[in-house]
Design a binder for this molecule. Sequence first.
Ligand SMILES: C[S@@+](CC[C@H](N)C(=O)[O-])C[C@H]1O[C@@H](n2cnc3c(N)ncnc32)[C@H](O)[C@@H]1O
Length: 205
Amino acid sequence: MNNKRLLAIANYIEKNDCVVDIGCDHGYLSIYLKKNNLCKMVVAADISQNALNSAKKNINKEGLDIKTVVSDGLENIDDKVDTIVIAGMGGFTIKHILNNGNLKPIKKIIIQSNNDLRLVRYLLNDLGFGLVDNTIVKERNKFYEIMLFNRETKNVKEELEFGIMKKEYKEYYNFLVDKYQEIINNAPNKRNDLLIDIEYLSNWT
Ligand SMILES: C[S@@+](CC[C@H](N)C(=O)[O-])C[C@H]1O[C@@H](n2cnc3c(N)ncnc32)[C@H](O)[C@@H]1O
């Protein structure tokens, strides 16, 4: 697999994890995990039957044994999973999935949200999960942030606001500063909030 974003997600998976890949689409992540023996088991789930058909086709092509389930979030997942992956969706859908699923058996959550990252961090904090680490990858000129949460970690406010900051990601922080500056130029009413972000991020650029 040469998808940096999915590889970064796979990097957070450990041998003993029982994973559900929510919104698996073509099943690439599930296939990669199973094929390389990177976890104990993986269930590929999606709300769309069409997406699952495509996943099933790819799974069969590889000759792998991966269960596929049509499910809105965790709704129809009756397997014993302890690790959730949700990637490639917006914050609103992720919020819906997390608020409506039984998270009791879950010890680890990996999220790549297309937006509203702050909202996702605060939501997971409210649900009892802390941000352990985040990885930024750039693919086809687009940045993606992959976040790892578990139950043991407690975050300070700064981490909930901005994530775990690392100097190595300064290209990403520079990109955000430019983006926020452009938003302020087009919508001056957002100035006060975004200036705080710009000031904080600039310390890391
Ligand atoms: C853009 S694709 C991302 C696929 C893959 N996770 C990735 O990161 O490459 C989003 C997938 O999420 C599925 N999806 C959207 N809402 C969902 C929900 N509530 N429960 C499960 N799957 C959902 C869509 O059907 C689609 O296949």
